[in-house]
Design a protein. Structure first.
Lengths: 290, 229, 297
């Protein structure tokens, strides 16, 4: 029994049609992105200058306005956020991958919860931060510490997922090799698994922070100051951040502020892109081929 | 980059096995020497020793045979090594036969007794044969150890002398005369001569194995059924 | 009568006892008789059954593993030979569902006894795995890791050199000790894993199909190394390559896969355990014969 080797006309046509559809979707996304970037750059490039990065914002003279306090505030927030998520996130990832017995219901419950937490809207975290950190049990007040921790809670699931993947990517043979030499489980994790997973974990940390850096809603809820005439310096300082500043400028009616907002967006985007670039570089450079 | 040498242990095993097999030819040489001396001096005790010590050759035969089988089963030798193993199996069989021929001779001697008559010519002939046969045994060992095909082929030439002496013995024995004891002794010597001749043939067979190991060609140097070809 | 003959011939009485005619040496060669003593046992397995999720993977194995010899476990896939070797240094502990019944006596001590620490067991019983698994570190750190975590005293450089020399690797890598171990060839990586194992000075080395990922030359090197190592260590090797077991081991255990009565669950069983040459020249069990002659998988 010998069938024809030539493909049917209709199936060929379907193939081509499908390909065209996919290309269309892709180009739509790319065009939107390009238009957005070009529009922002065109709007904001005039507002960019060295003094823009250091000056405090002014509502009277937009030309003298700057994002100094916003950048400083963002840095402080990120510091708190990183100091919180790195130990907690890595420890959780290691526990879930190395110790948790998946046949126990509470371990499965934790896993499901972490996945769900990643999908919770960020405003909810803001309310959580307000209720538990700013007021409520901890009563930290409207300070950087509370804001950083709120952002940390928000991105913790991201880091845990990335950390688990990094730990899981270390092949079991490494653990076996280490244990077979008489190393304890803790020595194996600390001296073999974590060093081998470090590039993946570092990538996860950067991606988590880059998610946190662009957040606005939870900060507003925990009481970020949109018009900061001070440079925050410390965990107890009042909260301000780059996206908050941009948000403030965008809501101003004057066109000068539109330029400032666009310039702020350019700065924020540059920070984000460079963080992501570092993450990609880390991954490519230290990724271990097993 | 130089070639990497591996499987040292196997090499060592094979070498030790070959040495052990070839050493058995030394036992044959000693047995031949004693046999000839027993004939020359009518030393029946020495003849009995030849019979007793054949156990050593037989023991070595069994041992080497078993070790060769183990080597075949466990190390799976191929090519040149396989030819060596096959040749050693042959060689051990030949050695065992050579030892048995010495035993055959040694067992004949008590029949003739201490005081049997003897013929100087025949005894001289047999002693010459014996020396030639011991040379053949030694030469076959050297040819195998050194993988010397020329030396192995030379065994045929050396063996011709043994054949010639064997025929002479036969001729002399036939013409020995009417004395019954003398005729009995002479007939026994024909058997002795025949046994020595067989030892020489076995040495030639070992030479054929040398050629097989070196060239990979398995054929007889001399075809008894088509002489002179 | 030639002079030569005279010199070779000695007094008959003396000749009988001369070394060339030493019957005991000639008949009983190095391979020993059929009942050769096994020597000191390093492991005694008594009715060992290893199960996963309460289903036995290998059942009722009783065997003694001799000191300073190479013992090979062979058998078709799924016969439980890897499972068995992994229970000798409690590597099965890493699999939560695994359990061991019976007794595994190591120098007369049950390694599954209640007071036994698995970490202590693994210090003395090293393991080399199927796929070379160097740590993603320098060659030096690969060797030094074990001694460091065990807190071994002494000059680390010396410990590293001794480990690498023991695995016949020192000359090949002494000029690049600080390069990453992943830059080595597969065979070198496996010898590195052996060197790593030697550095913690174990008593026994378990090898779980150590050459299955290697080319013939690398395999030959590892086999040579094993024969070298058995002077000082007791070695147990699992191999799917029968010829390898034949080449290197002193004793061979043959396991088969047996179906349960309900024909659903498969489990391994020990069929025959004897000197290697016996297994390969004259096995007692016909199933062993069929397997070693390649007639039955």
């Amino acid at each position: 029994m010998r069938g024809s080797l030539t493909a049917g006309r209709s199936s060929r046509r379907l193939e081509i049609g499908f390909k065209a559809l996919l290309l269309l979707a892709l180009s739509l996304a790319l065009i939107t992105l390009t238009v957005l970037i070009v529009d922002i750059v065109a709007d904001g490039v005039g507002g960019l200058s060295l003094s823009f990065l250091t000056d405090v914002p002014s509502q009277i003279i937009p030309e003298n306005s700057g994002i100094g306090p916003a950048i400083s505030g963002t840095l402080w927030l990120m510091l708190v956020c990183a100091a919180f998520i790195i130990p907690v996130g890595v420890a959780t990832a290691v526990y879930l991958e190395e110790y948790a017995d998946r046949s126990r219901w509470f371990n499965r419950a934790i896993e499901v919860n972490i996945q769900n937490l990643a999908a919770v809207p960020s405003i909810v975290y803001g309310i959580l931060g307000l209720a538990f950190l700013v007021r409520g049990p901890l009563s930290l007040g409207n300070v950087v510490l509370a804001g950083g921790l709120t952002l940390g809670l928000l991105v913790l699931p991201v880091l845990i997922v990335a950390g688990r993947e990094a730990v899981r990517a270390v092949p079991p043979s490494i653990r076996e090799g280490s244990m077979a030499l008489g190393a304890t489980k803790w020595q194996t994790i600390w001296k073999q698994v974590l060093p081998a997973a470090l590039p993946g974990i570092a990538t996860g940390v950067i991606l988590s922070l880059s998610r946190a850096i662009g957040e606005t809603a939870p900060l507003i809820v925990v009481g970020a100051v949109s018009f900061a005439t001070f440079i925050p310096s410390g965990f107890g300082a009042e909260i301000t951040a780059l996206p908050i500043q941009i948000f403030d400028w965008v809501s101003q009616p004057q066109p000068e502020f539109k330029t400032l907002a666009a310039a702020g967006i350019i700065v924020l985007m540059l920070i984000l892109l460079s963080m992501n670039a570092v993450a990609v570089w880390l991954r490519n450079k230290f990724e271990q081929k097993w | 980059m130089s070639r990497q040498q591996v499987r040292h242990e196997y090499e060592r095993q094979l070498e030790a096995l070959e040495a052990s097999a070839l050493e058995s030819l030394d036992f044959v040489v000693i047995a031949v020497d004693r046999t000839i001396e027993a004939i020359e001096h009518r030393d029946i005790e020495l003849a009995e020793l030849v019979v007793a010590d054949d156990d050593v050759i037989d023991g070595r035969y069994l041992e080497v045979h078993q070790r060769l089988l183990t080597l075949l089963a466990t190390q799976a030798p191929v090519a040149g090594d396989l030819r060596v193993v096959a040749a050693l199996l042959h060689l051990m069989k030949n050695v065992e036969r050579m030892g048995d021929q010495c035993v055959n001779i040694a067992k004949l001697l008590p029949i003739t007794g201490h005081e049997a008559p003897s013929d100087e010519k025949i005894v001289k002939n047999i002693v010459t044969m014996g020396r030639q046969v011991r040379t053949l045994a030694k030469q076959s060992k050297r040819a195998f150890a050194e993988r010397d095909v020329e030396l192995a082929r030379d065994l045929v030439r050396q063996d011709d002398l043994v054949d010639k002496l064997n025929r002479e013995c036969f001729q002399i024995a036939i013409a020995i005369g009417d004395d019954l004891d003398m005729r009995e002794w002479a007939t026994t010597m024909i058997l002795v001569s025949r046994a020595l001749e067989r030892i020489g043939d076995n040495a030639v067979d070992i030479g054929e194995q040398v050629a097989f190991v070196v060239t990979g060609l398995f054929r007889e140097f001399q075809d008894a059924s088509h002489p002179g070809e | 009568m030639s002079d030569r003959t005279m010199t070779e011939r000695e007094d008959p009485a003396e000749t009988r006892a001369s070394p060339a005619f030493d019957l005991s040496g000639a008949v009983h060669g190095s391979d020993g008789g059929a009942e050769a003593p096994m020597g000191k046992a390093v492991f005694r397995l008594e009715d060992v059954t290893v199960s996963y999720d309460a289903k036995p993977a290998v059942s009722e194995v009783t065997m003694d593993i001799p000191h300073n010899q190479i013992t090979a476990l062979i058998g078709p896939s799924g016969c439980g030979k890897s499972t068995l070797i992994r229970c000798l240094n409690r590597m099965n502990d890493l699999i939560p569902s695994a359990s061991v019944d019976g007794r595994v006596l190591y120098h007369d001590q049950d390694i599954y006894g209640p007071e036994i620490d698995a970490v202590e067991v693994r210090k003395r019983i090293g393991m080399v795995f199927q796929k070379p698994n160097p740590f993603p570190k320098s060659i030096y750190d690969n060797i030094a890791f074990g001694p460091r975590v065990l807190g071994m005293k002494g000059d680390m450089d010396e410990i590293v050199e001794r480990g690498l020399s023991g695995a016949a690797l020192w000359d090949e890598v002494k000029d690049r000790l600080d390069t990453n171990a992943f830059g080595m060839s597969g065979g070198q990586q496996q010898r590195l894993c052996i060197a790593r194992c030697l550095a913690v000075q174990p008593d026994v080395i378990l090898m779980d199909e150590p050459c299955s990922a290697l080319d013939p030359i690398s395999t030959g090197k590892i086999e040579d190394l094993m024969l070298e190592l058995k002077r000082e260590y007791s070695i147990v090797i699992v191999t799917h390559n029968m010829q390898q077991a034949a080449r290197v081991s002193d004793r061979t255990a043959f396991l088969i896969v047996k179906l349960d009565a309900d024909e659903k669950h498969r489990q391994g069983r020990l069929v025959e355990y004897d000197r290697t040459e016996k297994i390969f020249t004259n096995p007692s069990d016909s199933r062993t014969e069929d397997y070693v002659s390649g007639k039955v998988g």
